[in-house]
Design a protein around this ligand. Structure first.
Ligand code: SF4
Length: 902
């Protein structure tokens, strides 16, 4: 099947692990629009709001365009020489173990393969880890313990075939939106969805039952389920006997930790009758899929949690069958590809393992390696500890931002500052991590990259190039190969193109495989360049026997262990390492938001994606807000054991009392104190090494702001303020800054500095603390400053920001600018539907005018009719918007005005 044509290019979304197909029309200039690929099995034509905004993230702004060596722009030969020199010197003086690599699930498989080969095979260092350690390494470890190999046995169709879908620790609606849409669309009589999550999230709206368990108590719950399956005679005894080991050993701790359902319910802090009903549903439904994601993995007991889930599937014989499997959902676009090439410090390429001397020998022989690293290296937290100790002299970071994403980021930053040579390959010039780089290497970005990625269902898809490289940017595999050759390994790194890297990767997967390793791409090992270019999405293994790949694995109950039997794992339940105390009484959960991705280096480039959430926030239960004397919209500060986090308080009973939620995306490019990782201790799972990134503890208090300001300026603004709290939103035509200060400010003198010149219009009311000023040039607005006392309300951004897109403002608009909104236009409130720019107040007005369904809102306002990501929020608004019968008539009129934008 040809995947490209003269008029369009088929590629893959670079964000989440769903791996949606994207179509780019050709000849649309530098910023072509994108559509979903109807032929791609993952998304069948749909895209979420992030995917459908991809074309808005293109362009050279903020890109790293040229190599830089210790502050100076350099040519590629100079940069490659500098990297090779630093590595050679470290190896000569301190041995190969003094060189470390920190890779990323954002890399393409070809990049990952080349990096792993260079580091482990030719430099000889085992210290190669990846940000996938933070995402799904617990799932990897659990798969290996249970199945003998890191294999996801299921496919996305199983989510539709299942009669019971259990979503554990997964806000699927926001984090895997297209799969959520598929789960939802498959609703039918008798089919059920159970959500297991402490928080009420957008995903809860699809749930027939939501178990809001105590954070981290998952092992109690699934041990309880295993015990229930036993006690209710719901086991698949034939399957256990014929295909598994270790059931009795796993059952014993399950029975001990779950004497009865009430005891489990108490441990998990959920109603016993709900738990009993869930256990019965699980027991009754042969077609059950249990999806687990970061809420399970990002835990000091993540591997045990995943194995506790897998135990229940093995006990019922539900692995690799249509509509029946445990299903680990990966976060990143190519986390799975990284696992295939051995990107984790404890694995070898092509699903081989350091634990097997034969595997070490096999990989060394295949690569003709001069000194393959013989044992596992440092996992992420240990790697940065080694950097901090001074054991790592050269650290090469590719396509990731550890200064933001690793827990205890202050220590990570210290480590980066101490490291003699930090090399960073990235497509973005300014990140919290590039700040520490001695050598900066410009890598190609999405649209320029060419290679493959593997999604959560093992489906390999092509990411194709449809744009020329920006500046001097080059593909990562090319950069790595150039360094490999500069280190003297000419033939090992003579790759001509990504196809040649892929062929070698596929050949290694087949090398002396003999059916022992499920990961096998033997049928792709001889692809021509043209066949590689046209490669259609396929699920591994892809072999002579299964040339089109396999949807499911282990369907016959034969696993990847020596005797082909799966292993039950005995689970001793445990709660998270960090527990609240009188100083830090709140549990802190962290996660993604709907419209942003990772540290916002890409999604932060499009104004549309900022409209859903524009600044760091703290979701807090009303009781906890009241205890801290905080109200909706005020600034709160979480004080943790290692650092602080400041955010806008969102009071919501979607949080359990005693627990708060914060987003992971903000970093020091966008906010002074919005780093979620500041509150997380580097506690790790002892088996997988995955950090407990979703469980910190903190105290909530009011941020003592004396004033709050919003500054919009046309030019990128150097920060002129000492204020402890700021956050930034890049918009079209201007930047917007939120600033809050604890000190008194003389605005009459300060305004001119912040605005970049003397304002032409000023409004000051010292009695209230309110101040407004603006600068213009030839009718265009240059900068606006709005200051309010902390209890004041600053206007929404939309109208103000739109003024920066105008060449000349009318006199009425100039007058209105100090009010922050055009009195002629309705205030539509926070944007809920990013695709069609529909605001909360418009939606509430339509509901109050009598529109009581999502379809009706779509008909009236178009909201929810494109990507569907906002549908859960629309449903929530339908549920929570009060219709006041007494004022129905006037509300109807108001609603009509807002709906039609009059
Ligand atoms: Fe991209 Fe959205 Fe698909 Fe994820 S669900 S791959 S972010 S389009």
């Amino acid at each position: 099947m040809i995947e490209t044509s003269d008029t369009s290019c088929k590629t893959t979304c670079p964000y989440c692990g769903v791996g949606c197909g994207v179509v780019i029309p050709k000849d649309q200039g530098a910023t072509p629009s994108v559509t979903g690929d109807k032929d791609h099995p993952a998304n069948r034509g749909r895209l979420c709001v992030k995917g459908s905004s991809l074309h808005e993230t293109l362009g050279d702004d903020d890109r790293l365009l040229y190599p830089r060596v210790r502050g100076q722009q350099a040519s590629w030969p100079e940069a490659v020489d500098a990297v090779a020199h630093a590595i050679r010197k470290a190896v000569d003086e301190h041995g190969p173990g003094s060189v470390g690599f920190y890779l990323s699930g954002q890399l393409l498989t070809e990049d990952y393969y080349a990096a792993n080969k260079l580091a482990k095979g030719f430099i000889g260092t085992p210290h190669v880890d990846t940000n996938s350690r933070l995402c799904m390494s617990s799932a990897v470890a659990a798969h290996k313990r249970a199945f003998g190999a890191d294999v996801v046995p299921a496919c996305y169709d199983d989510l539709e075939l299942a009669d019971l879908v259990v979503l554990v620790g997964s806000n699927t609606a926001w984090n895997h939106p297209i799969l959520y849409q598929r789960i939802k669309a498959a609703g039918r009589e008798g089919r059920r969805v159970v959500v297991i999550d402490p928080r009420e999230t957008a995903t809860s709206e699809v749930a027939d039952m939501h178990l809001r368990l105590k954070p981290g108590s998952d092992t109690y719950l699934f041990n309880g389920l295993l015990a229930h399956l036993y006690r209710s005679d719901s086991l698949n005894s034939d399957y256990i006997e014929q295909h598994c080991h270790g059931f009795i050993e796993a059952l014993a701790p399950a029975l001990a930790s779950a004497p009865d359902i009430e005891a489990v319910a108490r441990q998990c802090d959920i109603p016993a009758e709900d738990l009993a009903r869930f256990f019965d549903w699980f027991a009754e439904n042969d077609r059950t899929v249990t999806v687990f994601s970061q809420g399970v993995n990002q835990s000091a007991a993540g591997t045990d949690k995943a194995n506790a889930i897998i135990n229940c599937h093995l006990a019922t014989g539900r692995v690799g069958k249509p509509g029946a499997s445990p299903f680990s959902m990966t976060g990143q676009p190519n986390a799975m590809g990284g696992r295939e090439v051995g990107g984790l410090a404890n694995t070898l390429a092509a699903h081989m393992d350091y634990q097997s001397p034969e595997d070490v020998d096999r990989v060394a022989r295949f690569w003709q390696s001069p000194g393959l690293a013989k044992g596992p290296g440092y996992k992420a937290i240990d790697l940065f500890d080694a950097v901090h100790r001074g054991d790592i002299k050269v650290l090469w970071i590719m396509a990731t931002n550890p200064a933001v994403s690793l827990p205890d980021n202050a220590r990570v930053r210290e480590a980066l500052a101490l490291c003699p040579t930090v090399i960073v390959s990235d497509c973005i010039a300014k990140t919290d991590t590039t700040h520490f780089a001695d050598i900066l290497l410009p890598a190609t970005g999405w649209g320029e990259k060419d290679g493959t990625v593997t999604n959560s269902e093992r489906r390999i898809s092509r990411q194709r190039q449809f744009l020329p490289n920006a500046g001097d940017a080059m593909p990562d595999w090319w950069i790595i190969s150039a360094v490999g050759r500069a280190l003297g390994h000419e033939s090992a790194f003579s790759f001509e193109n990504p196809a040649s890297v892929f062929r070698e990767h596929a050949r290694l997967s087949a090398f002396e495989n003999d059916g022992r390793r499920p990961f096998n791409l033997s049928a792709l090992a001889a692809l021509t360049d043209d066949e590689y270019e046209a490669l259609a999405p396929c699920q591994w293994p892809v072999t002579e026997k299964n040339p089109n790949g396999l949807e499911r694995l282990f369907t016959d109950g034969r696993f990847a262990t020596a005797d082909k039997r799966a292993h039950f794992v005995p689970i001793q339940p445990a709660l998270p390492t960090q527990q609240p105390d009188s100083q830090h009484p709140l549990v802190v959960n962290s996660g993604r938001i709907r419209d942003q991705w990772h540290t916002m280096t890409r999604t932060g480039r499009t104004a549309r994606l900022w409209q859903h959430r524009a600044e760091p926030f703290i979701d807090v239960h009303p009781d906890d807000a009241a205890k801290a004397d905080l109200k909706q919209g005020q600034l709160g500060r979480l004080k943790g054991r290692l650092g602080d986090f400041v955010g806008r308080v969102m009071v919501t009973d979607a949080q359990r009392a005693g627990e708060v939620f914060i987003p992971i995306h903000w970093n020091q490019q966008f906010s002074s104190t919005g780093l979620a990782s500041s509150l997380m201790a580097p506690d790790v799972d002892p088996i997988s090494g995955q950090p407990e990134s979703k469980h910190g503890v903190a105290r909530l208090e009011r941020f003592p702001a004396r004033w709050e300001a919003r500054l919009l300026c046309r030019e990128t603004h150097p920060r002129m303020w000492q204020a402890a709290q700021w956050s930034k939103v890049p918009l079209e035509g201007c930047e917007s800054w939120w600033i809050a200060g604890e000190e008194a400010v003389d605005w009459s003198t300060t305004a001119a500095r912040w605005l970049g010149g003397t304002p032409q219009i000023v409004m000051s009311d010292p009695s209230t603390g309110r101040f407004r000023a603006a600068r213009f040039y030839q009718g265009r607005v240059l900068a606006v400053l709005l200051v309010e006392p902390p209890e004041g309300v600053l206007p929404d951004l939309a109208w103000l920001a739109s003024c920066f897109g105008k060449e000349s403002l009318t006199s009425a608009e100039r007058r209105a600018i100090l009010a922050g909104r055009d009195a002629e236009l309705p205030d539509i409130g926070q944007i809920i539907c990013s695709c069609f720019q529909v605001g909360q107040k418009q939606i509430e007005a339509a509901i109050q005018a009598g529109t009581g369904s999502v379809t009706g809102l779509g008909d009236a306002l178009k909201c929810g009719t494109n990507c569907g990501s906002c549908i859960p929020e629309l449903k929530k608004l339908i549920e929570t918007t009060t219709i006041d019968a007494d004022s129905a008539t006037s509300k109807t009129e108001e609603g009509a005005a807002l709906v039609t934008g009059q």
